[in-house]
Design a protein around this ligand. Structure first.
Ligand code: PMT
Length: 404
């Protein structure tokens, strides 16, 4: 199994003798299914040629902060957002010092500062430099801020000294990264997730729709991927970037969403329906723009397919999680929906001007057979991680019952 399937690793290389080993690190990560983007400090090129790394990763190496050609394609902030994890191997004493004080004077240090993802450093330096009080204090600061240190190893050094400071061997680094990224609660599980609104066309320029922004669903997709799931995100029209390690299928209407869900369903362990699917669509979509010739316009609407209901009615169906957007009697209406659609779980949100739809924050009441839990109001990104934990708990409980 490729444990890093689809994971995006930004591999930073700084100017140390161990830079030649970074080629093997990159090769092992690619072999484990990761997409690897190498970023070198300018001086690292004295130790290892960018062409070698390009050949191994299949991507041109980035090394300049102000490169008009690369900035036009994927700017440095976009690159910082692209990564699921940043690994710097080797990380020299100078680089640790620059990170500790928050410098951003080359592309790699800028990316480390601009990114919010996990940062892993594999130090490499002479033993006296590693033992120096300045390095010790830099390392302490970095670790206290959440940076993970891989190594260093103790042993013979290129300069002839013996002691701590050798970069860990590439298989050890690659396997530490796999353990970190691949050890999620949903590793090896396929999850299909819908998000955002649907648009039901009236004519070539108008549609019926709703205010769903996709924020809740996209946060869930990210949290599921962080737990190692293979995520297929089927999204209505939204203005959000695709989370790392997530396969996204864009659709417009409820019928297109239904088709995409059923095409993606084989081998799916969990189906989560977070989309605000339009319940009705116009009976006909006019081929030409409707003219304003009359005072009143009557639209005839027809029911859209109930995507979640159809999935849940399948004889061999995934674990089904629905959402309920309610303005009153949240718990009662949500439980009614859960039973009517035959769902394992439902996450109910009270929709108001400040919570639920379109907003950055949300609160949920999660209900399952025999239990419920309220998740307090907080940013959707944090809420999604808690909901994914609850889903994994119930999914594990169901799997254990089936197996016993
Ligand atoms: O996108 P955001 O701005 O972040 O807002 C998030 C959200 C409020 C849209 C989300 O958290 C949410 O509640 N989504 C479900 C909204 C909804 O349509 O609820 P419902 O009560 O109408 O539908 C019940 C369930 O059936 C939902 O899981 C829905 O996806 C599903 N459904 C509904 C109709 C339909 N034709 N097909 C469906 O699959």
């Amino acid at each position: 199994m490729q444990r890093l399937n689809g994971r995006r690793v930004l591999l930073g290389i700084t100017a140390g003798i161990a830079a030649y080993k970074a080629v093997e690190v990159a090769r092992l990560l690619v072999k484990d299914g990761a997409e690897v983007q190498v970023v070198m400090t300018p001086a690292a090129a004295s130790f290892i040629g960018p062409l070698t790394l390009q050949a191994v990763t299949g991507r041109p190496v980035r090394d300049t902060l102000f490169d008009p050609q690369h900035e036009a394609a994927m700017g440095h902030i976009e690159l910082a957002r692209w990564a699921d994890v940043i690994l710097v191997a080797p990380a020299t004493a100078d680089f640790l010092a620059r990170l500790a004080v928050g410098m951003a004077d080359d592309l790699l240090s800028t990316l480390c500062l601009a990114s919010t993802v996990r940062l892993l450093l594999a130090p490499s330096m002479n033993q006296a430099m590693w033992r120096n009080a300045a390095t010790r204090s830099n390392v302490e600061q970095l670790v206290s801020r959440g940076t993970t240190l891989l190594g260093p190893d103790d042993g013979e050094q290129a300069c002839g000294d013996t002691g701590p400071g050798r970069m860990l061997e590439p298989p050890v680094i690659a396997s530490a990264l796999c353990d970190l990224l691949g050890a999620g609660r949903l590793t090896g599980r396929r999850v299909v997730l819908t998000a955002g609104p649907t648009r039901e066309a009236l004519d070539p320029v108008r549609f019926l729709g709703n205010r769903s922004s996709g924020k809740m669903g996209f946060a869930l997709a990210q949290a599921l991927a962080a737990q190692g799931a293979e995520v297929v995100l089927i999204s209505g029209p939204v203005a959000l970037p695709t989370p790392g390690a997530v396969r996204r299928i864009d659709v417009e209407s409820a019928e297109q969403m239904r088709d995409a869900v059923f095409t993606s369903l084989p081998d799916t362990a969990i189906f989560i329906s977070c989309a605000a699917v339009a319940d009705f669509r116009p009976c006909e979509t006019r081929a030409k723009k409707i003219k304003k010739t009359q005072e009143n316009l009557t639209l005839e609407l027809v029911r859209n397919p109930d995507i979640l209901g159809e999935v849940s009615a399948l004889p061999r169906r995934p674990f089904c999680v629905g959402f309920a957007a309610e303005t009153e009697d949240v718990a009662a209406y949500a439980e009614q929906k859960r039973r009517a659609k035959g769902l394992e779980m439902i996450a109910a949100n009270q929709v108001s001007a400040s919570s639920g739809i379109e907003t950055d924050d949300n609160a949920l009441l999660v209900i399952w057979d025999g239990g419920r839990q309220a998740l307090s109001r907080q940013p959707k990104t944090r809420l999604a991680a808690q909901l994914v934990d609850l889903i994994a708990d119930r999914f594990d409980a169901q799997t254990a019952t089936k197996d016993s």
